[in-house]
Design a protein around this ligand. Structure first.
Ligand SMILES: *Cc1c(COP(=O)(O)O)cnc(C)c1O
Length: 409
């Protein structure tokens, strides 16, 4: 038996039983996002520090707080348990006391999204779906295609026109059927919903599928466990749709609620200045639904974020803040992070680093801060984006004198 007790609408507070609704019928699909609640008292009995010691080093180790029946939880798997990288030189460059990175780019398909997608596919199998589908700017899709390939299930993907080549190549290599929608991301998203309805596919879209955030939650649970004796003051993460930061916060809070850890941190939500509806909703209390905006960091290029309320609440409840950063700052953060830490981040990953500089400048965090940045995606995901940020190599004729000229500067 899974330990889910109820699903609660983040807008009106109405609660539903598992399976009764995926979004709140009262508030509608746009606003009625549900949050999954678990029986934490029961979880506490077996999800203990002692038991965790013997468990698989993957996100399946947190099975009590995953939305799955025991028999549908894979026994093995290598999603999650990503390393924490110390980044003293980058900390110095940003003007803070201490910085650590959680390198989520080391997940099997190269991003944080392997966490929710693997949970989504397990859940699809649990509910008897024959195939899975999603609309995505890239990483949600490539991770879903990977998880479907692992499980041997068909996968249908709706991408928008601006999908980076690396992510597209992954989708096709993992064997997904890919629809490249000649329109906006919002249109790809609607088309996917229609197709799921028509063909009975399992819809992985995190906005209307409340169980996906629970996969993202494992990122926060891991942080709680890995940093147990030595927690950061702040956790910085980039925000697109908003469910990643909400999941991270929920994970840290859940571990505190079941008594495994005793710390919490302030969440720093970072958006691109060119596409910042969640940051503005945090300030204004309501969402601008115009869908205007654009950024070079494709993974957070979300004009109409569906999980904005969860993302706003998570940052507020943590005592944190939102900042925005220009595309030029994101671009600078890619090579800065690579050079000073050895971690190659995709633009949306480096956005978490750029946000620290912005928060420092705005006086939101001080010089004494201890920050953990979530590097949500690997730089190889978006080679064209990276190349825009890193400059050109030295073209030399093959003689040592030419090399010497470059070395001499
Ligand atoms: C999806 C994603 C994000 C943002 O997550 P949201 O849930 O959309 O806010 C950040 N970085 C990367 C690399 C992503 O793939």
């Amino acid at each position: 038996m899974s330990l889910i007790t109820k699903l609660v609408c983040v807008q009106c507070g109405a609660s539903y039983k598992e399976g009764e609704a995926d979004t709140c019928p009262r508030c509608g699909m746009d606003e009625g996002i549900l949050d999954v609640h678990f029986d934490l008292e029961r979880a506490k009995q077996t999800l203990t520090r002692e038991n965790l010691k013997g468990r698989t080093r993957s996100h399946w180790r947190y099975r009590e707080l995953l939305p799955l029946e025991e028999e549908f939880i894979p026994k093995k798997g290598y999603v999650g348990w990503t390393p924490i990288v110390n980044a003293p030189r980058l900390a110095e460059a940003l003007g803070i006391r201490r910085l650590r990175l959680k390198d989520e780019g080391r997940n099997p398909s190269g991003s944080f999204k392997d966490r929710p997608s693997s949970v989504g596919v397990a859940r699809a199998i649990q509910v008897g779906a024959k195939a899975v589908a999603c609309a995505s700017t890239g990483n949600a899709a490539s991770s879903l295609a990977r998880a479907a390939a692992v499980a041997g299930r068909p996968c249908y993907i709706f991408v928008a026109k601006f999908v980076p080549q690396g992510k597209l190549a992954q989708l096709l290599a993992y064997g997904a059927t890919v629809f490249r929608v000649q329109g906006t991301y919002a249109q790809a998203y609607d088309l996917c919903n229609q197709a799921c309805e028509r063909f009975g596919w399992y819809n992985r879209n995190a906005a209307i599928n409340p169980y996906l955030v629970e996969g993202k939650k494992t990122g926060g649970m891991e942080l709680a466990e890995q940093l147990a004796g030595d927690p950061p003051d702040w956790i910085s993460a980039s925000v697109g749709d908003g469910c990643s930061i909400a999941g991270m916060y929920k994970g840290v809070a859940s571990m505190q609620q079941i008594g495994i850890t005793n710390w919490s941190a302030k969440m720093l939500g970072v958006q691109a200045a060119g596409c910042d509806p969640v940051a503005r909703a945090f300030r204004d209390g309501k969402l601008d639904r115009s869908g205007r905006g654009d950024t070079y960091a494709d993974s957070i290029n979300v004009g109409i974020p569906r999980n904005w309320r969860k993302a706003v609440n998570a940052v507020r409840d943590s005592g944190g803040a939102y900042v925005t950063v220009g595309d030029d700052q994101i671009m600078k953060a890619v090579p800065l992070t690579g050079r000073l830490t050895g971690v190659f981040a995709e633009p949306a990953g480096a956005t978490a680093v750029a946000g620290i500089a912005a928060a420092r400048e705005a006086g939101i965090i001080g010089p004494d801060a201890d920050v953990l940045a979530m590097i949500t995606g690997n730089g190889l995901k978006d080679i064209a984006g990276a190349l825009k940020a890193v400059g050109d190599p030295h073209d030399v004729e093959p003689t040592i004198d030419n090399v010497a000229r470059v070395v001499a500067g």
